[in-house]
Structures are given as structure tokens and as C-alpha cells.
Design a protein around this ligand. Structure first.
Ligand code: SF4
Length: 424
């Protein structure tokens, strides 16, 4: 037996209706209380009736009642108002620090052991999703309700993580959006240098050169530390010259150029191409975040992100090395990735800070219109019968797999609750 499982049985009242304490008193559970994950009693504010007396207070749960002494609760003031000790096996009477015998409920034999066997199976099998063989018992509606809650939790958590960045930027949403967007333009491999680039080159400076794509490119490539070579081509030579002037003007300290990774990337994903596309986006849209706030529908968003690198890059992937001709548009998959990881999360943050749910609703609508990611987690869910139809579902499934299934948190999972209850 495991204590976390007993918490589950207590919390969801999965025991028999007629209950008596080990002292023979009739027990009615009015409310099991709130689960306490911190130090102190396991459930607070529980309400019970013992015989004719109604009690309100805390409950403590153990596999064996003697653990009360092992954990030192008999001398701890935090346990002096325990109204009920809930145990699997009663092997010893227990007393609190005031010498009062604590009423005890023994759960052994009072719930279906097959629930525990099923839980034990989920804990110990090696399936990709521990409950995957039982998922077909649940209606898709039930699964979707849980996915909905997981998604909102995931987005709120990510938005909360961005809050400190917003505060660092003195609540400037445009600057924060620019920095988050820059990081995501690195598409994981170059996320770090892109973040550093945005940190050394504030949006405010770029904004002063909003009418000149060439100056925006000079500022970005120069601050990225990618204009230090002796170039052959006229274009990088001009960028370098322009940057030298702007660097002195704004006292810019470039990122070290060697931080950018080209290895194992397809040439269209080279950081040079991404910086050129980023420059095009900065040039195209002033106050981009406010434009996003005002945009309805995914088509309008995609239009905002529909940019291509300047013409030099039509036949280059890096400076001074000509390549076959092709325009370097920001692709559909890259745009979806940026919408998912930047736009949606910033809308959640905006909703949180402004305490206005309309922006969260807008973010959710966008998620439902974005195609699901294609990765090993989403493929895995498809293989067990759950096929994400959009990014809303795929994000929720990623959350479920990473933060619940992988950690075997079946007792905190709605799907787990429903499946285990079927065995009661
Ligand atoms: S966490 Fe939920 S979905 Fe994952 S294995 Fe457990 S019960 Fe199933």
C-alpha cells in the first residue's frame, strides 16, 4: 500500500458508505477537506460527524497508524487538532501532544482492492502511456474536458514565467514581445544567441530606424557579431560600414559571433537567414504586439508574419558564398511555431496582467486554428488512439505526457481518476 493512494481514496471518497472508527463510533464524512501538499497535516478543513458530534479540522493519513510516532506527530503542535487519523492498517492507538487519543479510521477492507491493483499496474508497467490499454473505456468528451484544463494550466504557467521579463522591461509589452519573439526565432538551436541579441539591441533603437531595412539589418547583423570579417560582397561591406557608425552612436556591445550555430541545420534555417527574416519583420511591423492584440482570426496573424529576407539572401545562405536562387520566406511551419510559442503565450500574459479574459479567449481561439505540432509525443498519442486535431489539443497532450504520464501522476489526472473509479 502507498500513502498517496490512500490520499486519493480519502479525497474522492472511494470507500464503503458505512464507516466506524477503530473505537466503534459511527463516522460520517461531511467533507474530506483540502489536500495539503505542503508541510503539516495531509488534509485541512475537513468536516466529519463522530457519533452525534460534528467536528471540523485536519486529518492525517498513514499506511500504518504507528507511523504517527515514526513521524513525531505526538510531540508536534501542528498535529494537536487532528480530528481523524485515516490509516490503511491500525496497528497501534495514537495520542496527540495533549494526551488525547486521536480517533482513527482503518480503510483496510473498506475500498475495492482492485483500484489499488490497477494503480499498481499503471505505476509499474512499461507502456508509453501507462493507462494506454484502458483509454478506450473513456469518452472523448471526458478526455477533452481534462485536456482543456491542462492546456489552460500550461499556458498560465508559461505566461507567469514571462511575467518577470515583463517587469524587467518596466511593463513594456512591445519590448517584451520583441525579446520573446527573438528567442523563438532561434528555433531552439539558436534560441540563446537570439535572446542575447535582443538583450543588447533594444527594440527602441531599432524603432528609430524603422524606415530603413538596410539600417535594421546592419543593427541586427552587427549586434549579432556577424559583421567582423573582411567581406568581398558589397552588401555585407555596406552593412558593416553602417553598423560601425550606429555602434558608436548607441554604444552597442555585440554578441560574440561564434555563439551562432550553423552545424546540423538545413541552410534555410541558418541564423543568417533567420536574422534577415527577423529584420524584415521588424521593418514591416511597428508596434507588432498591439497589431496582434487587434487582429482577429488566424489569417490576419499569418499575414503579419508573412515576410521574406531581403534580396541579397535570394542567392546566399551566408555572406560571400553565392548559392542557387530562391526567396527566403518565413515558412508556414516556422510561422505556426512562432504563433504558438510567442503570440499565444504573450496573449495569455496580457490577459493575466490586464485581468481581462478576452485575450485568453483570443489565444485559445488562435490555438484551435493552428495545426498540431508533429513530434514524437503527438505521434505517440496518435498510436494509442488520441489524435490531436489542432495546437490546442497537441499542447495539452504534451503537457499530459510530460507532466503527468512520465511522472506517473495518475492519481492527480482526471483520466486516472475516471479509470480507477471504474474499478471501485
Ligand atoms: S497520468 Fe493520466 S493519462 Fe497518463 S497514464 Fe496516468 S492516468 Fe493515464
Amino acid at each position: 500500500m502507498r500513502e498517496d493512494f490512500l490520499h486519493f481514496i480519502w479525497k474522492f471518497r472511494l470507500y464503503t458508505k458505512e464507516l466506524y472508527t477503530t473505537g466503534g463510533e459511527e463516522l460520517i464524512v461531511i467533507h474530506p477537506g483540502q489536500h495539503n501538499a505542503d508541510a503539516g497535516p495531509d488534509f485541512t478543513n475537513a468536516q466529519i460527524r463522530l457519533g452525534k458530534t460534528r467536528w471540523a479540522g485536519n486529518t492525517e493519513i498513514h499506511v500504518k497508524s504507528s507511523e504517527w510516532y515514526v513521524h513525531g506527530h505526538h510531540t508536534d503542535n501542528a498535529y494537536s487538532n487532528i480530528i481523524l487519523h485515516v490509516v490503511y492498517e491500525h496497528d497501534r492507538s495514537v495520542y496527540d501532544r495533549n494526551g488525547r487519543e486521536v480517533p482513527t479510521l482503518e480503510l483496510k477492507g473498506k475500498f475495492s482492492e482492485s483500484i489499488f491493483q490497477k494503480y499498481f499496474y499503471y505505476l509499474n508497467n512499461k507502456n508509453w502511456i501507462p493507462c494506454e490499454k484502458d483509454l478506450h473505456y473513456l469518452s472523448i468528451e471526458k478526455v477533452n474536458i481534462w485536456l482543456n484544463s491542462l492546456l489552460i494550466g500550461r499556458m498560465e504557467r508559461k505566461a507567469a514565467n514571462l511575467r518577470s521579463l515583463l517587469e524587467h522591461n518596466k511593463n513594456n509589452f512591445e519590448e517584451t514581445f520583441y525579446q520573446v519573439l527573438a528567442g523563438n526565432f532561434g528555433f531552439k538551436i539558436n534560441e540563446q544567441p537570439f535572446r542575447m541579441l535582443a538583450a543588447v539591441l533594444p527594440l527602441q533603437i531599432l524603432g528609430r530606424h524603422k524606415n530603413s531595412l538596410m539600417q535594421i539589418e546592419a543593427l541586427l547583423f552587427g549586434s549579432a557579431g556577424l559583421l567582423n570579417a573582411d567581406f568581398q560582397d558589397e552588401y555585407p561591406r555596406a552593412l558593416k560600414k553602417e553598423f560601425e557608425f550606429l555602434r558608436n552612436k548607441y554604444q552597442l556591445v555585440p554578441v560574440q559571433g561564434h555563439l551562432w550555430k550553423f552545424m546540423r541545420l538545413r541552410p534555410p534555417n541558418f541564423p543568417t537567414i533567420r536574422i534577415a527574416q527577423f529584420a524584415a519583420l521588424v521593418h514591416k511591423s511597428q508596434r507588432l504586439f498591439m497589431k496582434i492584440i487587434e487582429t482577429d482570426g488566424i489569417a490576419g496573424l499569418i499575414e503579419l508574419f508573412d515576410v521574406e529576407a531581403s534580396s541579397y539572401w535570394d542567392n546566399h545562405f551566408v555572406f560571400d558564398k553565392p548559392s542557387e536562387g530562391s526567396t527566403k520566406k518565413l515558412g508556414k511551419e516556422a510561422i505556426q511555431n512562432l504563433l504558438l510559442n510567442t503570440v499565444v503565450q504573450m496573449l495569455f500574459l496580457y490577459s493575466l496582467v490586464k485581468a481581462d479574459e478576452r485575450y485568453q479567449e483570443k489565444a485559445v481561439e488562435f490555438l484551435m486554428q493552428i495545426e498540431p505540432e508533429i513530434n514524437s509525443i503527438i505521434k505517440g498519442w496518435k498510436a494509442v488512439g488520441i489524435d490531436a486535431k489542432n495546437a490546442f489539443e497537441s499542447q495539452a497532450l504534451i503537457e499530459l505526457k510530460n507532466n503527468y504520464c512520465n511522472q506517473k501522476k495518475c492519481l492527480s489526472c482526471s483520466i486516472g481518476l475516471d479509470l480507477l473509479k471504474m474499478n471501485s
